[in-house]
Design a protein around this ligand. Structure first.
Ligand code: ZN
Length: 66
């Protein structure tokens, strides 16, 4: 039996993204970005650019069929 993959939350990548880098991910349309913790108030260094500050996000690749 073939099942389309449902990836659980544990497959998400937790990374810190500043607003600019988050937007870069979002515009690709290849990732789903979700705040890891809406109560987070302390910004951390962005994992991506390591310049600006941002919050933690779950970045989940959107699997395209085909
Ligand atoms: Zn950044």
């Amino acid at each position: 039996m073939t099942r389309l993959t449902w990836q659980g939350n544990d497959r998400n990548s937790l990374i810190c993204l500043c607003p600019t880098c988050r937007e870069n991910f979002e515009i690709t349309g290849s990732y789903r970005i979700r705040r890891a913790n809406y109560r987070q108030t302390v910004k951390e260094i962005c994992t991506y650019c390591q310049i600006r500050m941002g919050y933690d996000y779950y970045v989940t690749p959107v699997s395209e069929r085909g």
